[in-house]
Design a protein around this ligand. Structure first.
Ligand code: HEM
Length: 432
């Protein structure tokens, strides 16, 4: 309790500082304080102490039907919500079906025969050795991108998403998934991001987000169909088609499109945003940045990963994971009516002193189970092994350069997904 008390007092003071340093009226200042990870962590520290189950009349996730919102911030409650899949279900089904053209993708399903059939089918077309090739590509492309950005003196500037953090996952989609079909890398990045935005982050249910996502889905579905004939034998697409031809119902023509677009949507904006967040957060911890740079220069990807995942604990890609109550139920002492949107705050859980030692300290190499970076339970990220390996592989060459610094903060051009993040390295003022 005393740890939670101290964290809450610190939280109040952080919120006050962020509020005062923002500009605009009251509402604008609140919004500014609560849209940055530091402010979200501070507000959640206060809630963990004074209101660990916060009920709001409004449904904060307007793009999916729901009756009010319950925000839970303690680690034990977050774990319980994600574990009780039968009571707190995923909500993404309708939007997922709008993108696939009608078929359900397993992230939109509750546990059951079809969920198990489709996830087993996906497991059957993936080979653990696939990751070896993916990582070799990521290392090569990342080194080349940083080399290309460096001038003759070794100093330079790089715009992280287009040059590296979105580009490499897009190349993974082309080469490992097998989706080319006339879609250039830049369009693939834009389309995957538009669809991801629509599915997971369109909290205000904006028409422009829907329009962009449906146009993107039409292009990507056509590209998947067009890639069927050309996908190499070691691609997920070719393996899926082969199993479909052999009668696997998960991979009939519609099924192939659905499974491939489902994993494609999850792969590009997530990894890119994670890379941007990890670097931006590391730059706030000069001692940690030095440690990460040392590990990078020693070529130690695992140790680089320790720093990146600890940075993401402070600024994860998503601060909450949302679910909806299937029927009237309870969470601890709180009654949860059917239809209530339940926000499980993974950011808060990773800073709950009840389960994490010295949560406000930057300590690379914490026990892996403490990192709730890509969900938990039934819907835990399908790409978790990929994420853990590819993020350090993508970022090592950049971190190995001396003097990494920010030229401009990540810029999503009005979206929650950085399209630009300009960084410099090497001698100050020396871009070549
Ligand atoms: C750092 C990068 C990533 C982050 C932060 C991330 C985050 C997440 C989260 C939070 C979930 C659970 C959603 C929920 O429970 O509501 C999830 C599920 C999923 N992710 Fe990721 N993801 C990442 C990368 C990837 C990649 C690279 C792929 C594909 C190669 C992928 C494919 C999926 C799929 C298919 C699911 C659904 C799993 C299921 O329903 O069983 N993700 N991800």
């Amino acid at each position: 309790m005393s740890g939670r008390f101290v964290a809450a007092v610190d939280g109040v003071s952080t919120l006050g500082r962020l509020f005062l340093s923002a500009s605009g009226g009251l509402g604008e200042r609140f919004r500014a304080a609560l849209t940055v990870p530091e402010g979200q962590r501070a507000a959640m520290a206060v809630l963990r102490l004074v209101k660990p189950h916060l009920t709001l009349k409004a449904n904060l996730v307007a793009c999916y039907e729901g009756e009010g919102t319950l925000l839970v911030t303690r680690a034990a409650d977050v774990a319980e919500v994600l574990a009780r899949e039968a009571d707190f279900a995923v909500v993404y089904g309708p939007r997922m079906r709008a993108l696939t053209g009608g078929r359900d993708f397993f992230l939109g399903m509750q546990d059951g025969e079809t969920y198990r059939r489709d996830t087993a089918a996906m497991a059957a077309i993936t080979d653990p050795d696939d990751l070896v090739e993916v990582l070799a590509m990521a290392r090569h492309e990342a080194a080349a991108a940083v080399e290309a950005a460096a001038g003759p003196t070794g100093s330079g500037e790089i715009d992280l998403p287009p040059a590296l953090s979105a580009r490499i996952p897009a190349l993974m989609v082309q080469r490992w998934f097998g989706v080319t079909g006339g879609l250039p890398v830049e369009q693939l990045i834009a389309d995957a991001t538009a669809m991801f935005h629509y599915l997971f982050s369109d909290l205000g249910a904006e028409a422009r987000v829907t329009d962009a996502a449906l146009a993107a889905a039409a292009r990507v579905n056509a590209a998947i169909d067009a890639s069927r004939a050309t996908a190499g034998p070691d691609t997920l697409l070719a393996r899926a088609c082969a199993r479909g031809a052999a009668g696997d119902p998960a991979f009939d023509a519609e099924g192939v499109r659905t499974q491939i677009i489902g994993i494609l949507i999850g792969a590009i904006p997530t990894l890119s945003k994670a890379a941007c967040h990890a670097i931006a957060e590391l730059l706030r911890w000069p001692g940690a940045l030095k440690g990460a740079e040392r590990a990078a220069r020693a070529g130690d990807e695992e140790r680089v990963g320790d720093y990146l995942f600890e940075a993401l604990r402070f600024a994860p890609v998503n601060p909450v994971i949302y679910r909806r109550a299937v029927a009237d139920t309870r969470l601890g002492g709180t009654a949860v009516p059917k239809g209530r949107m339940v926000l499980a705050a993974n950011l808060s859980a990773m800073h709950d002193g009840a389960v994490v030692d010295s949560p406000d300290q930057f300590r690379p190499g914490r026990p892996w189970e403490q990192y709730l970076l890509w969900g938990a339970g039934l819907h835990r990220c399908w790409g978790d092994r990929v994420n853990r390996a590819i993020l350090p592989a993508m970022l090592l060459p950049l971190l190995a350069r001396p003097g990494l610094r920010q030229v401009a903060p990540p810029d999503g051009e009005g979206t929650p997904f950085p399209r630009h993040y300009r960084l410099a390295f090497g001698m100050r003022g020396g871009a070549g």
